[in-house]
Design a protein around this ligand. Structure first.
Ligand code: PSV
Ligand code: MN
Length: 430
């Protein structure tokens, strides 16, 4: 069985909202036309926007204290895919799924390809996992993986990443994302330089196994699980590693992986400038790596990041084409609802950045008119582009109001019948 949202239900849910949407769209069209912008051109661009869904985001998240699973949770990658199919059917901007191995490992990758084809889904970046030991693992990652002092542990981590590339090829993916939790918990525990040398040596072996059309994305994170030092703790170590490895290695920016108040949009600009921006893990954060829903706390920061991205797009910046992906933990919401909301929130930032008056902004920057430069950005940010997002979804066959249509479909209750609670882990971060 393939669980889906009935197209008739989407059409029915849309019919009640269509008149109001058209009125709002026309009114926004008049406002944008005054600024010399064609709303239909922006809507066409909005329709091209895609952001990948992380397979693990479809399950209820948790903290190290507890996890409170909901009903009808997906129990394996096939069921996770079904949920991703629902998200894309309603949102129409999430046609890619990013798997995490070995969590999503299957015996038959052809079967998995068949399942994604049936749901009109494609595969995004492959995430390797060397931050936990597998049940039959001989050489532990307790003291690190790619940078472990033990060659056996390092070799185990290298072999896993190379296997991930092999599995990724079966899914037509072209990116490997490497995030490691390697680091130390005590001052003096680790020799910083030697640990980084070991990491780079291991990464070079994985890089050597990359097909010519693949990229390797390195993800930095300030802390956790190592709380004193982390091997790739910031974008500095990240870009150094990417430069050391070669042109196929780029940096990935997870919004939650920085110290509070860090100017992430400037990091993004630097990575663009040096052709090292590989991609994003979008989420929001108040304290640390909270993995809150994208744009739920800092929508202006998310917009400012897209201001840099759209600027690079308009300038046809060489080597620019980052992967967009969500990476969130949904502890108290239905993951499908959070993922739909977040995808739309990131798409909103993109669309808002599209309506920035770039010529005027450039003039204010050259003339050092700080107030007007800032107001130019604010003007785009405070323009409500919701009608463009809804129209883009509708024109692609999605829902004007994805959450309302999803709730009307009663999807969770329906799939819960086929997905009994397995009573698995109720604690820990997923
Ligand atoms: C680490 O916190 C991270 O952001 C990495 O992207 C992992 O692959 C993911 O979360 C899941 O643990
Ligand atoms: Mn991440």
């Amino acid at each position: 069985m393939t669980a889906r949202i009935d197209k008739a239900l989407i059409a029915d849910s849309n019919s009640a909202l269509e008149t109001a949407l058209q009125e709002d769209y026309d009114a926004l069209g008049v406002k944008l036309a005054r600024e010399g912008i064609s709303i239909d051109d922006i809507t066409e661009k909005a329709k091209t926007f895609q952001i990948a869904v992380p397979s693990w985001g479809t399950g209820t998240g948790g903290t190290r204290f507890a996890r409170f699973p909901g009903i009808g949770e997906p129990r394996n990658i096939f069921e996770k895919l079904e949920d991703c199919g629902v998200i894309n059917d309603l949102s129409q901007c999430t046609e890619r799924v990013s798997p995490h191995f070995p969590w999503d490992k299957v015996d038959d990758f052809k079967e998995l390809r068949g399942a994604s084809d049936e749901l009109n889904l494609k595969w995004d970046s492959i995430n390797s996992n060397t931050f936990q030991d597998q049940p039959d693992q001989k050489h532990s990652f307790k003291y690190g993986s790619l940078s472990n002092t033990s060659k056996d542990s390092r070799d185990t981590a290298i072999a896993h990443n190379i296997e991930c590339i092999k599995w990724g090829k079966e899914l037509d993916s072209t990116t490997l994302t490497v995030w490691v939790g390697d680091g130390s918990n005590h001052p003096g525990q680790q020799h910083f330089q030697h640990a980084f040398e070991r990491y780079l040596e291991s990464m070079k072996e994985i890089y050597g196994a990359l097909p010519a059309d693949w990229e390797m994305h390195i993800e930095h994170k300030m802390f956790e699980p190592a709380f004193y030092s982390t091997i790739i703790q910031d974008w500095g170590s990240n870009i150094l590693a990417a430069m050391e490895l070669g042109p196929q290695a780029k940096s990935l920016v997870d919004l939650g992986h920085h110290a509070p108040n860090v100017n992430i949009e400037m990091i993004v600009s630097r990575l663009i400038q040096f052709k090292k921006l590989g991609g994003f893990h979008f989420n929001d954060s108040k304290y640390g790596d909270d993995d809150l829903d994208s744009g739920s706390l800092h929508p202006y920061q998310q917009f400012l990041i897209f201001n840099e991205l759209v600027d690079a797009e308009y300038r046809n910046q060489e080597g620019f084409g980052p992967n967009y992906m969500l990476d969130q933990s949904h502890n108290v919401t239905d993951p499908i609802e959070s993922l739909m909301n977040s995808a739309a929130s990131v798409q909103r930032s993109y669309v808002s950045a599209l309506i920035v008056d770039r010529k005027a902004l450039s003039g204010y920057q050259e003339g050092n008119d700080a107030i007007m430069a800032s107001n130019t950005l604010k003007s785009a940010f405070t323009t409500d582009v919701s009608p463009i997002l809804a129209m883009a979804r509708k024109q692609k066959g999605g829902a004007i109001d994805p959450i309302a249509a999803y709730r009307k479909a009663d999807y969770r209750a329906t799939v819960a019948k086929d997905r009994p609670d397995l009573g698995g882990s109720r604690s820990g971060i997923v």
